[in-house]
Design a protein around this ligand. Structure first.
Ligand SMILES: [Fe+2]
Length: 267
């Protein structure tokens, strides 16, 4: 058997999370691992974790989350330059990124996406300023506003990434597995405790991608509410580890890492 495993939101710089990496072990020499973002904030932590995983699995595939894009230290690149530096670091490790050709896992193309968010997931007839104001009043504000927004035009980058991704994924003729840190389907945000959080949770422009691009499965994270939800016949796997208070009592009982595809030898 060869299995395509998936995780996200390892947050290895949070006390207690690094030890969980011991659980990420292949069951066969042909197993792959998808890492759907939020490994850590600092470049050295992100790349050393991916290096560790790349030594264990036949192939590791990574998509960035918002935490990878944080500008947190004077010695770190910021904004787009930080993403470019991480892609270069991944290439040195043999880890695939959204900038590489889509690899073939037993006939299925593995597609790491990086589509970011554009604040479009807000109540209709509400301007972005109004939505931000309302979120602020309710005390809902992601750290992204401090650690990403000052360094890059997030909406402009998101729209560029959408165009880049559609151009590439639209050319695929085989079935695929899509991986993105942010959920592709707005309906998946119903699990959020505070609806204002949706502002930072993706874009309305990826709605329907799984069906349109013949995905066998979608892998995502970000919400820290792991589980599988099926939309239009396609399973969407939320594969986050999250923070210790979120996983401590539940990790043993759940299927983590998540086995997204399994194939027999010769398949
Ligand atoms: Fe996260």
């Amino acid at each position: 058997m060869a299995t395509l495993w998936a995780v996200s939101d390892l947050h290895v710089s949070v006390a207690g999370n690094e030890a969980v990496l011991d659980r990420l072990q292949p069951q066969s020499a042909d197993d792959w691992l998808l890492v759907a973002g939020d490994v850590a904030e600092r470049q050295t932590d992100i790349l050393s974790t991916l290096a560790l995983l790349a030594r264990r699995y036949r192939q590791v595939v990574w998509s960035p989350g918002n935490h990878e894009l944080f500008s947190v230290g004077k010695d770190e690149a910021t904004g787009r330059k930080k993403y470019d530096a991480l892609v270069r670091g991944c290439r040195e490790l043999g880890v695939l990124t959204p900038e590489d050709p889509y690899a073939n896992f037993h006939g299925v193309r593995v597609v790491p996406l990086f589509t970011l968010y554009d604040y479009s997931l807000r109540p209709t007839a509400t301007s972005l300023d109004q939505a931000m104001e309302s979120a602020k009043r309710k005390g809902v504000m992601l750290s992204d506003e401090m650690f990403i927004a000052p360094y890059v035009d997030i909406r402009g980058w998101c729209w560029e990434r959408l165009s880049y991704s559609v151009n590439r994924v639209g050319r695929l003729s085989e079935p695929c597995v899509l991986m993105n840190h942010w959920p592709l389907e707005p309906a998946l945000l119903e699990v959020l405790g505070a609806p204002e959080m949706s502002l930072w949770c993706g874009t309305k422009h990826t709605r329907g991608w799984a069906e349109r691009y013949h995905a066998q499965a979608v892998v995502y994270g970000h919400l820290h509410t792991p589980g599988v939800r099926t939309i239009a016949g396609v399973p969407h796997y939320e594969v986050s580890l999250g923070y210790p208070k979120q996983w401590r009592d539940t990790l043993e009982a759940r299927s983590w890492p998540a086995p997204v595809l399994e194939v027999g030898h010769g398949a």
